[in-house]
Design a protein around this ligand. Sequence first.
Ligand SMILES: Cc1ncc(COP(=O)(O)O)c(C=O)c1O
Length: 404
Amino acid sequence: MAGIVAEHASFDRALNKIATISVVDLTRGLRHNTAPCVTQGHSRASHETFAKVTEVSISKAKKELNWAELGFQYRQTDFRFSATYSDGAWSAGELLASPLIAVHEGAPALHYAQQCFEGMKAQTAPDGRVLLFRPELNSERMNQTAERLLMPQVPLELFLRGVEEAVRANYAWIPPYGSGASLYIRPMLIGVGENLGLRPARTFEFRVFVSPVGPYYKSAGLAVISLAVSEFDRAAPAGTGAFKAGANYAGGLLATRHAQALGANEALYLDSKTRTYIDEAGSANIVVAMKGNRLVSPKSNAILPSVTRRSVMTLAEEQMKMQVENRPIDLRAELPEFEEVAACGTAAVLSPVGRIWVDGEWHAFYGNGEKVGPVMQKLYDLLVGIQRGELADVHGWTREVSMD
Ligand SMILES: Cc1ncc(COP(=O)(O)O)c(C=O)c1O
C-alpha cells in the first residue's frame, strides 16, 4: 500500500489482543482528498489519526466497566470502520484506530450539512450471541436520506459489513447479557473534500463507530418521562424531517433546552403547518394507547420512520391484539382519549410519557403520570425480549454478528 512508512505490532494487555498498526505517511495528505498536508510539527497524535488497523485478533475478555451504571454518553472504543467514496466507487473499507477524522476545511458536511447518520444497537443474548435489530431498515433509511441529500448510496453489503466489523472488533466493549446496557452503533455518511460553493461533495466517508451505553433517560429500566410541546418547528412539511439528516437536529437543541427549563425531558413537536397534530419528540417517535384497546401513532411526512415504532406497532397488533392506527393525531382534541403515551426509538427504547406540557399546563396520563401503564410495559417486554434474544424471534428481526 502506498505511503506506509512504519508498521508495528502493539499488544494491549487489557484487551488480550494483538493489533498490527500500519501508520500511513502523512505526506499522502488527508485521506479524503489530495490536498497537501503539512507534516512539520505533527505529533504522535497526528500519526495515530491516520493509523490503519490491518489485523485484529478478537479478545474474549470484556472491559472492566460498571456496565449497569453506564449512561448514554460517548465512550471511545478501540476500532471504527471507514470506507471512502470517490470517482464513483467505494473503497473496500478498513478498521481505524483513531476516533479523529481529518476533513478539508471546505467540506460540504461542515458548511452545508451534507451528512447523515443512523443509530442502532447490538445486544448480547443469554447464550452469548451478539444481535443486531433489523439493520436492513437502517441501511434502507440511510440510503433514503442519502438520495434526498445528493449523497451516494451505501450498498447494503458495505453497510452491514461496516457495522459488523466495528462491532466484532470491539467485542471487549459489548455489554454482557444481563447488564441492561448495549452497544450503540453510529453509522454516518459525510460529504468531505475541498469545496466552496453550494454544491454536493465529490468525496464521501462512510464511517461506523460504536460506544457502550446505558439508558437514554437518566433512570435505568422503564423510566417515566415528560414532554413539552415546543414553540419551534422541527421540520417543514416537505422538508427533510423524514430523513436522518444532522441538519434536522441542530435546530432542536434550543427546543430541548426550553423543554428542560419547564421540567420536561424533551420537546414534543406538532406539525409545523397547523400546530395541531403530533409529529414526534426530539429523538423519538410517539405512540399513544387510546381508549378501546387502540395503539395510535402519528402519520406525518415530516417525521423519521422509526424502526422501533414500526416494530412496536406490529407487536401490538399481532401479540396484544390491539387495533393499530397510523393517522394524524390532533393533540388537543384527542387528549381525553389518551390512556398511555410513549416515546420510542433506538436510544429511548420505549419510554413511557407520564405528562405532556400543552398550552401552559401539564396533562398527566396513566397513574397520574408517575407509573408505567400495562400496555407500554407489555410492549417494552416484548420488544426488548426479542432484541436481547430472550423471546422467540418469529419475524426474523435479529441478525447475529459472527465473532469469528
Ligand atoms: C427524530 C427521531 N425520531 C425517531 C427516532 C427513532 O428511530 P429509530 O426507532 O429507528 O431509532 C430517532 C432516532 O432514534 C430520531 O432521531
